[in-house]
Write a protein of this length. Structure first.
Length: 89
């Protein structure tokens, strides 16, 4: 067994689930570690984020690249060429 290292932080449960599915599809060994503590409800998650991804160090660059690609995809506006919205005359 290769030792696992903390690779990156995740913001919320939806992001974690989506990222988990992608890493599974890519065959990348990993663990998702939630910061949720039942004794404190979601306080720690609000302060620290949802949790993080752990994986063998040898997969770090691949995981970070996938994450960066997803982040960029989320921030790219849709190219809606018909522009028929209420503010487009």
């Amino acid at each position: 067994l290769m030792p696992y290292a903390k690779i990156l932080e995740l913001d919320n449960e939806i992001q974690a689930g989506f990222f988990d599915a992608i890493l599974n599809d890519e065959g990348i060994p990993h663990l998702l570690v939630s910061y949720r503590d039942p004794a404190y409800s979601t306080i720690f998650q609000a302060v620290r984020g949802w949790g993080h991804v752990e994986a063998p160090e040898s997969y770090r660059s691949q995981i970070e690249q996938i994450f960066d690609d997803l982040q960029r995809a989320e921030t790219v506006p849709d190219d809606d060429s018909d522009n028929d919205g209420p503010f487009n005359d």
